[in-house]
Design a protein around this ligand. Structure first.
Ligand code: SF4
Length: 353
């Protein structure tokens, strides 16, 4: 597929060196959301405004052409990271580098152009489609913004081609329908079509099948993988579900309370999980075979309050292996096997003998 113009692709003044084939580099990303408090509370706090530490020093790379998964419970910060990568939120600190360009350095106009190269698919397709727009108009909308060089006939044809590619056939029969006139699975295809219309390089898929009927989930995942090949895509795949991640991801990062706790090639992490939180997440994945049904539950307790996260290792109040040091010293990410990093003081005990 033809890519966009050189003007859209590069902003040479902002280019910085990136390693190898990385399309995205996230460096020490921090996002704190200030919490609005009343006058009295702010006087008591002496002007120190509390904040939700949604993302707190996360680093990873996404290689061109791979599916990089971000997994964790609700509140782990994974969706916030997706929005930071697209610069839908401004970072508190840290960098998102896309194809060698630090997104923070782009003007609003250059960032708007850059967005044609990176699109997002949200989990709720009904909420992300305008009920007053036909499916054709919804898909065409990003092309109108990002591809002014196309004539209206060319845009129309492009919409029909994309509808065909995502399996909405015959495309003409769907063009003038409204979102409420099709099924949930079809709506998710439309959202994917809208993301593809500008031929992006990166798609951030934020729980893309979480709201789909169980019967169509694997069909949608297969479609996403087919589109990946056809459109030469790279995915950041955000999910709370490790079974889904196993189906599509090449590498995975496990997040807990705004911190990365384990990261590596998918099979490496699944075969040798080194962090107690990853082990708990994996033990809680249901097994389809009734004879082997697992009953393991997640560790007791809720994810702690991100306004005031636990000291040391953030997982220590729930960790069955926690020792004194865990509440005192934050573990750093260490590479314990090739390409496999983990942030736990005691992860060595889980290394295969
Ligand atoms: Fe558990 Fe301590 Fe490891 Fe954290 S550092 S995961 S509390 S053992």
């Amino acid at each position: 597929m033809a890519r966009k113009s050189a003007e859209t692709k590069k902003d040479s003044s902002s280019r910085i060196a990136t390693s190898g084939q990385d399309l995205v580099e996230v460096k020490n990303l921090v996002k704190h959301f200030p919490v609005s408090t009343g006058l009295i509370a702010s006087l008591v706090n002496r002007g120190n405004i509390p904040s939700v530490k949604a993302v707190d020093g996360v680093s990873f790379t996404i290689r061109r052409g791979e599916v990089f998964g971000l997994a964790g419970e609700s509140g782990s910060g994974k969706s916030t990271i997706g929005r930071l990568v697209l610069r839908l939120y401004e970072v508190t600190s840290g960098q998102v580098i896309f194809d060698g360009i630090d997104l923070k350095t782009l003007s609003a106009e250059n960032m708007r152009r850059m967005r044609s190269r990176m699109q997002i698919v949200f989990q709720d397709p009904l909420a992300s489609l305008n009920p007053r727009m036909t499916l054709g108009q919804a898909i065409e909308d990003p092309a109108q913004i990002h591809m002014p060089e196309l004539s209206s006939d060319e845009r129309h044809q492009r919409v029909l081609n994309i509808l065909h590619a995502v399996g909405m056939n015959p495309p003409e029969s769907f063009y003038n329908l409204y979102p409420h006139q099709i099924s949930g699975g079809q709506r998710q295809r439309i959202v994917l079509a809208r993301a593809l219309i500008t031929h992006p390089e990166l798609i951030i898929a934020d729980e893309p099948i979480a709201m789909a009927d169980v019967s169509v989930r694997s069909i949608l995942l297969d479609l996403m993988m087919k589109m990946k090949k056809e459109f030469d895509l790279t995915y950041l795949f955000i999910t709370h579900d490790l079974a889904t991640a196993k189906y599509v991801c090449d590498r995975i990062g496990i997040l807990y309370l705004g911190k990365m706790c384990e990261m590596g090639d998918l099979h490496e992490v699944y075969d040798h999980p080194l962090h107690p939180y990853t082990q708990a997440l994996m033990a809680a994945v249901p097994v389809p075979d009734p004879l082997q049904r697992r009953t393991t539950k997640m560790p007791e307790g809720e994810i702690p309050n991100p306004i005031n996260p636990p000291s040391g290792c953030r997982f220590h109040p729930r960790c069955p292996l926690a020792k004194e040091i865990c509440s005192q010293e934050e573990p750093v990410m260490r590479e314990l096997r090739p390409g496999h990093t983990v942030a736990c003081h005691f992860a060595e005990q889980f290394l295969p003998k």
